[in-house]
Design a protein around this ligand. Structure first.
Ligand SMILES: [Zn+2]
Length: 430
């Protein structure tokens, strides 16, 4: 038996449309209780029925509504990941900002688990905070001296070199790049090594360069970024991975190049991880090794960088991500950005996910990620077209300056005032 379709009359349609409009508008207002005029350039992306769904009480940038009546809450979800990946999910994207998407799940659809995506329940989502200019901190001359040496041309040259290899975990290109990185570290007189670990049935290496601290050698500071790359989103297996993540790995090299010319109180572990794209294998291996050796308490801070060379428009924006337990570390980055890279607008998020900071945080070690705020909009993500020509050199320079200043502060770069010469050897008087 076939059911006879009854078409609604035009009148029924117009009443329904009117009610829907009222409902959507009222709900959007209810969601947002938007009472201020504060606007953000991303707000244009976040429109539904001409209502902004950002609840935006300065300085809190809250991308999610507190309550949802427009859609059942169990169908709403925040997805963290590049929009290229999210496009393939059985969801409708409602809002997108700072790499987070509020989506409506298709009923009964299963969301695949994927190392490049994470799903956050609406109620668990923490507000993204736009960092306001912190109380002015006078720049310290020794830190300024280091920051002034950040050379975006040298950083870009390293990205160009790294991008000549397809650096998939376990590939020969990855191994060649690893040797090149180790060679860079040894030119800076760091104590270098390649540490092998398993990724499924293949093996890969983390590349490490260690600089021993002068007065607090058992306080360890990590500067890390993944060097492996992945492709396939455009059907082409070539994976130059310039933004993701030659940019971050070259950032580690640039910081090592400068820091290695100075003495620090604490020890610094410069590390380029492999196996990140398969699920943070390299950084997890490093964190496990620290724990197995009883060294995890020595880690005072890990500064990680992933995708630090892309801007979607003309704004230089950085997303700083950690756990709420390490708010102090996020604050340190925010303050150093304001002091040493004032052209950078910084957002902080405690919804940490998807990159190498997670391996430390989940094992109780303080860590923070720096990532382009627009990383989720990068169109060449995981494609053969992720090339050096997409790199914005100012963006990388500002983020590296922020991280280098933070390293110099927490690992404590020693100035000439701190050192005296005895028997021809530098010794600290601190
Ligand atoms: Zn990455």
């Amino acid at each position: 038996m076939t059911k006879q379709a009854v078409l609604p009359s035009p009148y029924t349609w117009s009443v329904a449309a009117f009610l829907l409009l009222v409902f959507v508008n009222a709900t959007a207002e209810d969601w947002c209780h938007l009472t201020n005029q504060y606007s953000h350039h991303k707000a244009q992306q976040l429109q539904l029925a001409n209502q902004s769904l950002i609840c935006d009480a300065k300085p809190t940038f809250k991308a999610l509504p507190p309550a949802t009546t427009l859609y059942p809450k169990e169908r709403l979800l925040v997805v963290r990941g590049n929009k290229v990946e999210i496009q393939n999910l059985p969801v409708k994207v409602l809002l997108q900002a700072h790499g987070y998407s509020l989506v409506l799940k298709n009923t009964q659809a299963e969301l695949k688990s994927d190392p490049h995506l994470s799903y956050i329940a609406v109620d668990d989502f923490q507000p993204i905070i736009k960092a306001t200019t912190p109380p002015s901190k006078s720049s310290q001359s020794q830190i300024q001296t280091l920051v002034d040496q950040v050379d975006s041309a040298s950083w870009l040259a390293d990205i160009v070199t790294l991008s000549t290899w397809s650096r998939q975990t376990g590939s020969t290109g990855n191994a060649s790049a690893a040797n090149w990185i180790e060679n860079q570290f040894s030119q800076f007189n760091l104590q270098t090594s390649q540490v092998t670990f398993n990724v499924g049935s293949s093996i890969s290496n983390n590349i490490m360069g260690i600089q021993t601290g002068l007065t607090r050698p058992d306080d360890w500071y990590v500067v890390g970024a993944h060097m492996d790359s992945i492709s396939g989103n455009d059907g082409n297996p070539e994976a130059p991975g310039a933004v993701d993540n030659a940019s971050g790995c070259a950032g580690v090299i640039e910081m090592a190049r400068i820091a290695s010319q100075y003495s620090f109180a604490g020890s610094i572990i410069f590390i380029c991880y492999s196996g990140e794209e398969q699920g943070l294998f390299g950084s997890e291996f490093h964190a496990d090794t620290l724990i197995n050796n009883g060294d995890d308490d020595k880690i005072k801070a890990a500064l990680t960088m992933d995708m630090i060379g892309y801007i979607h428009n003309t704004q230089h924006e950085l997303l700083v991500e950690s756990s709420g337990n390490y708010q102090w570390l996020m604050n340190t980055l925010v303050q150093n950005a304001a002091t040493y890279a004032p052209d950078l607008t910084v957002f902080t998020s405690t919804n940490y996910f998807g990159s190498d900071h997670v391996s430390y945080i989940d094992n109780g070690m303080p860590a923070v990620l720096s990532i382009d705020d627009d990383y989720a909009l990068y169109p060449d993500y995981h494609r053969s077209t992720d090339l050096p020509e997409n790199i914005n050199t100012n963006q990388g320079e500002y983020i590296i300056k922020t991280n280098l200043a933070t390293l110099a502060e927490v690992a404590e770069v020693l100035g000439t005032d701190d050192l005296i010469y005895r028997n021809g050897f530098e010794q600290s008087v601190k």
